[in-house]
Design a binder for this molecule. Structure first.
Ligand code: SF4
Length: 189
């Protein structure tokens, strides 16, 4: 499979292997609630675009979830536009770029929002549970929590990447799409 071109069928598997925690969380909530608020749709939608999900596939992907909650008709009326917009097919036709870690870390998710950076925005308890689900061992979890306490969120994410992949990531993580690409490159090498 070529990097930079993914299909809907592959999303579950590549999420499991290569999504950073912020995107795993959004994906999980989308699956659970069949809905994400605006901030989550932007953060996750642009990430998916960045990893190579084409517009038609993106529309089908979001519709499959949202129509379970709001119905297909309301999806077409209220939500499809913003997805096309993200792909530069509506409005000013800007081709929007996926959000960097810095932008995500400095966002302020409110009640019911699932965007943001888990290392910055989760409670300690929720973050520990999420890292456990990613099968980090206790030692790695404590190392990550140390970085979180000193507010080095991207370093915490880098340590998570290293623990999961069993390799070093000297450049560090500065973008969710870079996390994804580095993971895929490593897994395919
Ligand atoms: Fe996502 Fe970046 Fe936070 Fe990692 S450091 S979880 S890639 S925002």
């Amino acid at each position: 499979r070529e990097l930079g071109d993914i299909s809907i069928k592959e999303i579950d598997q590549i999420a499991q292997s290569s999504f950073p925690l912020c995107m795993r969380h959004l994906f999980e909530k989308l699956r659970e609630d069949h809905h994400l608020k605006h901030g989550g749709r932007m953060q996750f939608g642009l990430f998916l675009k960045g990893i190579g999900l084409k517009l038609d596939d993106a529309l089908a992907f979001w519709k499959a979830e949202f129509s379970q909650k709001v119905g297909a008709e309301r999806f077409d009326k209220e939500y499809a536009y913003s997805i096309r917009h993200n792909y530069g097919r509506e409005g000013k036709r800007t081709d929007y770029t996926p959000y960097s870690c810095q932008k995500i870390i400095s966002s302020s998710p409110g009640a019911g929002d699932h965007h943001g950076c888990p290392y910055r925005h989760f409670s300690e308890e929720n973050l520990r549970a999420a890292l456990g689900k990613m099968r980090l061992n206790n030692r790695a979890v404590e190392d990550v929590m140390d970085k979180v306490r000193s507010r080095h969120y991207q370093l915490a994410c880098t340590l998570t990447f290293e623990a999961i992949h069993g390799t070093s990531c000297d450049a560090g993580i500065n973008h969710p799409n870079q996390y994804f690409t580095d993971s895929q490159k490593y897994l395919q090498s």
